[in-house]
Design a protein around this ligand. Structure first.
Ligand code: FES
Ligand SMILES: [Fe+2]
Length: 339
């Protein structure tokens, strides 16, 4: 009996601590579930999304779809044996087929029951990725801004990481200007001007001096744009190259996030020889930049994995607009969510 009480007490203490360890776990917004090229025509994939698994598939004509994992007939998991048949998804258990609108269009055992409807999720394809909407049913209040001049950029690097953190904390890392000096050893980090908050979007530019072994340092300006908490686009000019970083963060558990990092370089070279030359140079440069980025992220991870989310942090004057950022971020949670 005593042991049970002790066990119950320690669980509740642990739960109480976890409440403060991160903002509410599953914010509303658009979140990436795959890169476009991972989902070829006819493919069916299972993805962890928030607190559950979902199934994504692409029809033969190229439409990307996302559905709740379990068949409404008798509960088979559509990611385990589900098949694309033309424009329909076929369940492996009894062969019901579902249209891209979610309705059952064929049943081998009689007329399709009207209640047999797949749980459909909203899907968008942009930024080279497939995004699924998480939010109250039937409401998609905003879209991801398309990338400007996408065809002018060459994707040169991509990594995917499992991070023991929360998307809100990953973005806050860009607002927390003070840590750039202490943790990352970047000099003179400062905002160019206060961040611009525009509904679900936020923009912020900051500068810093990157120490190098061969000069007193290179001045760098980062231009960041966020679409909710799941999409971050960062453009920067480094040593004559225009780079674009895309960070896509998707919650897959209470304090677990899958993060895709994509690096693109603005294309150069007009002649075929020039294009081939610059393509090679950009790939090497992209590789070096990605390595540098990975080293910096490792420093952050060493903090993220152990840190605690403080609802009322003791912010100093030069810390950056953390309070303003958190007020903006609060729109992505259900009203009244405790955090
Ligand atoms: S469980 Fe899917 S068709 Fe029966
Ligand atoms: Fe950082």
């Amino acid at each position: 009996m005593t042991a049970d009480v002790t066990a119950a007490k320690s669980v509740s203490l642990q739960e109480a601590r976890q409440l403060c360890d991160a903002p509410p776990p599953f914010p509303f917004g658009w979140f990436a579930v795959a890169l476009c090229h991972e989902l070829r025509a006819g493919a069916v994939l299972t993805r962890q999304f928030m607190d559950r698994e979902i199934v994504i598939y692409r029809t033969e004509s190229g439409t990307a779809c996302a559905v709740e994992a379990y068949c409404p007939h008798l509960g088979a998991h559509l990611g385990h044996g589900g098949e694309v048949c033309g424009e329909e998804l076929r369940c492996p258990f009894h062969g019901f087929r579902f249209s891209v609108q979610g309705s059952c269009v064929y049943s081998p055992s009689g007329a399709p029951p009207p209640a047999a409807r797949l749980g459909l999720l909203e899907v968008r394809e942009t930024h080279g990725a497939i995004f699924v909407w998480h939010g109250p049913a039937g409401q998609v209040p905003w879209e991801i801004d398309p990338l400007v001049d996408e065809s002018d950029w060459r994707r040169v690097q991509h990594t995917v990481r499992h991070v023991h953190s929360h998307p809100q904390e990953l973005i806050e890392n860009n607002i927390d200007i003070a840590h750039l000096g202490t943790l990352h050893e970047l000099r003179n980090a400062q905002l160019v001007e206060p961040p611009i908050f525009d509904g679900p979007r936020m923009r912020v530019d900051y500068t810093y001096t990157q120490p190098t072994p061969w000069t007193s340092g290179v001045d760098i300006t980062m231009r960041l744009r966020m679409d909710g908490l799941g999409v971050l686009v960062d453009e920067v000019d480094i040593l004559g190259f225009s780079m674009r970083f895309i960070g896509l963060a998707t919650p897959v558990g209470e304090r677990d996030t899958i993060q895709h990092l994509l690096v693109s370089v603005r294309k150069r070279g007009r002649s075929p020889v020039g294009k081939a030359f610059w393509c090679g140079v950009e790939k090497v440069f992209g590789l070096l930049v990605m390595r540098g980025l990975a080293d910096q992220v490792k420093l952050d991870e060493s903090v993220w994995i152990n840190k605690k989310y403080l609802r009322r942090p003791a912010i100093a004057e030069g810390d950056g607009p953390i309070h303003a950022y958190r007020r903006w971020a609060s729109q992505f949670y259900p009203e009244g969510a405790a955090w």
